[in-house]
Unconditional design. Structure first.
Length: 133
């Protein structure tokens, strides 16, 4: 078991199902008959149409629900943190479902500006439904 893999191709690209900010560092869980992908978007936004200059605006966390076949998109949504706003500047997430709750762990990045030493730490969120943390 698990020795043979089938390549389903790209399931998410620059268009992640909600906007055009991409999908990075996914974590997948199976819920009922769906596959839930959790990931962060690109924290840099193109300033012009050629994307020759990028501006740091921070990342947000997303959840994309796929059919159990692994390639049919159902819906993409932004994850919400305490207070209802988006979870910002958290990347490289790992999401698990255990003991009736969703457990999200990720790297919190604090951008201090060009030419300065940025900061990061590990953060932990718990959710009852897997969308609002």
């Amino acid at each position: 078991q698990g020795r043979t893999w089938v390549d389903l191709g790209i399931v998410l690209g620059q268009n992640n199902g909600l906007d055009n900010s991409g999908a990075w560092s996914p974590s997948a869980i199976v819920r009922d008959k769906e596959i839930w992908l959790h990931y962060h978007n690109n924290p840099y936004k193109c300033v012009d149409t050629m994307c020759s200059t990028e501006e740091y605006q921070g990342s947000e966390l997303y959840r994309t629900r796929l059919q159990g076949n692994g390639w049919q998109l159902i819906k993409t949504e932004k994850l919400r943190g305490p207070g209802g706003g988006p979870i910002r500047d958290v990347s490289n997430v790992d999401v698990q479902y255990a003991f009736g709750k969703y457990w999200l762990i990720g790297e919190k990045f604090i951008y201090m500006g060009e030419g300065t030493h940025n900061q990061s730490s590990i953060v932990f969120y718990i959710s009852a439904a897997g969308l609002n943390y």
